[in-house]
Design a protein around this ligand. Sequence first.
Ligand code: FAD
Length: 286
Amino acid sequence: MELKEIYQKDLSIGAGLSYPRISFEVFPPKDGNSSKLFEELRVLKKYNPALVSLTYGANGGNRQFSYELLQMILDLELNVMPHFTCVGATKEIIELYIMQIENLGIENILALRGDLSDDISINDFKYASDLVDFIHQKSTLAIGIAGYPECHIECDNLNKDIENLKRKVDMGASAIFTQLFFDNDKFYSYCEKVRKAGIELPIIPGIMPIRSLKQIEKMISMTHVEIPKTLRERLEKYPNEVKKVGVDFAIDQCQQLIDTEVCGLHFFTLNHSDQVSEILDGLNIR
Ligand code: FAD
């Protein structure tokens, strides 16, 4: 099922899917062993996700492995959305990749620039908007894009970042998946600004259940994402119960988002089903 259809509220179209739509992000296991990931996905499948998205290494290092994993996720009868990063990629590589995933019957892709680093040189694509444009011209894939409620790290103000988001929308994107955040007010204010900029696409909040304070701090160190003071205090006060604090916080965060009628919840699972299952059970989502 294609992104626009998925995020329509009309349940007769999204037959069998709960609303808001649930989706899970997973990544290719670093040791190349996919069996544990598939055990976790089998557990998560019972929540009837609208999508499972599979991350992609910048510079395309794991393209072949990604391709095999996509096939395996499809074999689990899950609707998979590969991520794809364009820094360092050429038009030829991207054209081949989109042809391959279309041949698998995949309908959606998350188009990203990828993070810059010294060992990556920019080839045909400077920004994700270039990639969205290219995919839109060369395929019938529906295209998801990234959004940043607390502003992308390289941009000095959120309004400018949203102007750049609009470039991706104008090139043919269908839905916006956000970076993780912990402060719903920042998400609401972002959505308001995005709407004011004339963007009507579904905005799907990204939810990250905290597993360890050290890990989350590392993850957000290269972003503008902030951990609210009260959450940090709770995490520091109960160092042996961080996973539980993370679950309880995420349940409250998601419930508030549901109450304000978000169209979806996109969980960064870190390839673990335990916390996400507890959150969805806590929210009574099946
Ligand atoms: P862009 O939209 O190109 O934006 C990058 C920066 O350039 C922003 O600061 C923007 O404001 C600015 N900009 C854009 N267009 C212009 C313009 N025309 N002129 C001037 N400035 C401009 N990374 C991975 O490597 N693999 C993944 O699988 C992956 N998955 C992700 C999933 C989600 C939901 C999110 C939110 C991020 C993900 N990322 C992933 C991280 C992403 O690659 C980085 O955040 C990257 O730095 C920016 O990617 P982008 O697609 O947002 O880039």
